[in-house]
Design a protein around this ligand. Structure first.
Ligand code: ADP
Ligand code: MG
Length: 253
């Protein structure tokens, strides 16, 4: 069995009288593409905020490969390989696709400081960027300024920027938001393919059920801060509690 990459124990978070996380417990296996779903206000964003370190939990613990990271900063978590892709803040719109990918690649190769002195002999970084362009399928667009990309390609570039930091675990928040059907199919194929090579474990937060059921190997369903379903697509589809929350419509489709 694949190693346990993340473990969440007794997580609780309240905003006044609203329970955004209510005794949340789960563990994630390395390489298993997992989706976190639930209606609006279910606590998906709060959970991702807590796991990525941008919001503290009231109580509970988070472990990353067995190490307690509950009190670690976002920065420390990123260094350890736990990253999230923010919507449209990872991209420098005035820079080319290549340069957007080059910045995080530089950081990984610990060359940011030296590069300011010498811009030559950066073969390793260049190679890393070429590989990223291949992985995300934006080779043709390498010299294009990011703001000139289609919306879908900008979202693909965001994923690429996140991947450039070589994360072990990557949270994607609604990766297909605002995409047209063609772009949607492309990014889903991309994520599926990237997930297969197991360098990065993907966790997707998504409300589009077609996306979720076509992509996920495991689905965790939140409702009012509580996990009400957790399992394979089949298990979740047939879960009465989940059907109740979704009125039996979307999950039955
Ligand atoms: N900063 C906040 N202050 C007050 N209430 C919040 C805050 N963040 C989230 N909430 C509340 O917590 C609940 C869960 O929100 P959220 O995690 O954003 O849900 P989701 O992402 O599933 O839509 C909601 O009722 C929301 O209104
Ligand atoms: Mg949300």
């Amino acid at each position: 069995m694949a190693p346990e990459i993340l473990k969440v124990v007794h997580l609780n978070k309240s905003f006044g009288r609203v329970k955004a996380a209510s005794n949340v417990n789960f563990a994630l296996q390395e390489g298993v593409l997992t989706s976190i779903i639930g209606p609006n206000g279910a606590g998906k964003s709060t959970l991702i905020n807590i796991l990525s370190g941008s919001q503290p939990a009231d109580t509970g613990r988070v472990f990353f490969y067995g190490t307690d990271i509950t009190r670690l900063s976002i920065h420390r978590r990123v260094q350890m390989g736990l990253c999230r892709s923010f919507q449209l803040v990872n991209i420098f719109p005035e820079m080319t696709v290549f340069d957007n990918l080059q910045l995080p690649a530089l950081a990984v190769h610990r060359r940011t400081r030296q590069i300011l002195r010498s811009l030559r002999k950066e073969a390793a970084v260049h190679l890393a960027v070429e590989q990223l362009l291949d992985r995300i399928g934006l080779k043709q667009e390498a010299g294009t300024v990011a703001s000139a990309l289609s919306h879908g390609d900008q979202r693909v570039l965001e994923v690429g920027v996140a991947l450039a930091a070589q994360p072990k675990l990557l949270f994607l928040d609604e990766p297909t938001a605002g995409m047209n059907p063609v772009e949607r199919v492309r990014i889903l194929d991309n994520i599926r393919r990237l997930s297969k090579n197991k360098q990065t474990t993907f966790v997707i937060v998504e409300h589009d059920m077609d996306v979720v059921f076509s992509l996920s190997e495991r689905i965790i369903v939140l409702h009012q801060g509580e996990i009400i379903g957790d399992g394979t697509t089949e298990e979740v589809r047939n879960n009465p509690r989940v059907r109740e929350v979704y009125l039996g419509q979307e999950v039955a489709a």
